[in-house]
Design a protein around this ligand. Structure first.
Ligand code: C2E
Ligand code: MG
Ligand code: MG
Ligand code: MG
Length: 280
């Protein structure tokens, strides 16, 4: 796709298109450099049990601060990385970093890592996961991989096969941003996702009293339960939103109300004191 950027497109929008392509190219170059110079880092956002309020896991979220351009949102650079075939090395770096970090945490705390469709489709993906586990010493059952519905878009047979391999290793799978893509309930019957993550847009909608959002959350929770899957409500920012998603039966919650994505040294402070931890 990158090759089309300079193509002979002559229309009124060309200057704007050119600017977009130019920005993209700049980000791509800078991203390659960032990867080489180790300028990426990972923040960790707590995932909390909706009933107990205990931290049951963290989601690893990649961050990039460019020396001149400043912080660049992953929503932006992950897309560029996917198109520039940089997502596999970046994703593997995040995976290794997050597994190393989580290996120091109490045994019941899981680490969730986002995996983009491009990355999942990469032939060496499963090998990379196995080696990240081996290198860090993290048990497979403590690793959760988050994919979105988009993994099923291009090669759903291939994606289902990789997801099955991951499940066979004992890794947990989450379906992220559920309801925002081209959902097909068929995928839910073919892959045993452990958790469905309900997108923040529905949480916001429901807390504003939108009947449709409320109905969707309710339906997803019922669906998940009957399939033996848990649900996580994403982007819970207020006590009112927490009360609502809890009432609707969401098992886990995540959002600014509990904690923003944080540095690893701040993440470990959220664990119970050592005496309360199981030994061994
Ligand atoms: P996601 O996986 O759905 O992650 C949740 C996003 O929601 C994160 O944005 C998080 O900071 C944000 N968030 C969490 N709680 C709240 C809240 O209460 N309110 C609001 N407004 N937002 C909240 P972030 O870190 O900017 O990441 C955006 C997306 O970029 C992620 O969405 C994920 O799709 C992607 N991403 C992030 N890190 C990685 C990575 O290492 N690999 C890949 N492939 N994608 C990543
Ligand atoms: Mg996620
Ligand atoms: Mg999400
Ligand atoms: Mg999202």
């Amino acid at each position: 796709r990158a090759k089309g950027d300079g193509g002979g497109l002559h229309c009124a929008y060309e200057p704007q298109l050119h600017a977009v392509a130019e920005e993209r190219r700049q980000i791509e170059l800078a991203l390659r450099e960032a990867l080489e110079k180790n300028q990426l880092h990972v923040l960790y956002q707590p995932v909390v049990d909706a009933d107990q309020g205990a931290v049951v896991g963290f989601e690893a979220l990649v961050r990039w601060t460019h020396p001149e351009m400043g912080p660049i949102s992953p929503a932006k650079f992950v897309l560029v990385a996917e198109e520039a075939r940089l997502i596999a090395p970046i994703g593997e770096w995040v995976l290794r970093t997050a597994c190393m970090e989580a290996a120091n945490w109490p045994g019941h705390v899981r680490i969730a890592v986002n995996v983009s469709a491009e990355q999942l489709g990469h032939p060496s993906f499963v090998t990379a996961v196995v080696s990240a586990l081996a290198q860090s010493g993290l048990e497979a059952g403590r690793l959760e991989l988050e994919v979105t519905e988009s993994v099923f878009m291009n090669d759903d047979a291939g994606a289902l096969k990789v997801l099955d391999q991951l499940l066979a290793l004992g890794i947990h799978l989450s379906l992220d941003d559920f309801g925002t893509g081209y959902s097909s309930l068929g995928y839910l019957s073919r892959t045993r996702f452990n958790t469905i993550k309900i997108d923040r847009s529905f949480v916001v909608g429901a807390s504003k009293g939108t009947a449709e959002s409320l109905a969707i959350i309710r339906a997803v929770v019922t669906l998940a339960e009957s399939l033996g899957m848990a649900t996580t409500a994403e982007g819970v920012e207020t006590q009112a939103e927490l009360d609502m998603v809890r009432r609707l039966g969401c098992k886990k919650v995540q959002g600014y109300y509990f904690g923003r994505p944080m540095l690893p040294q701040d993440a470990v402070r959220l664990f119970p004191p050592p005496l309360q931890r199981a030994t061994g």
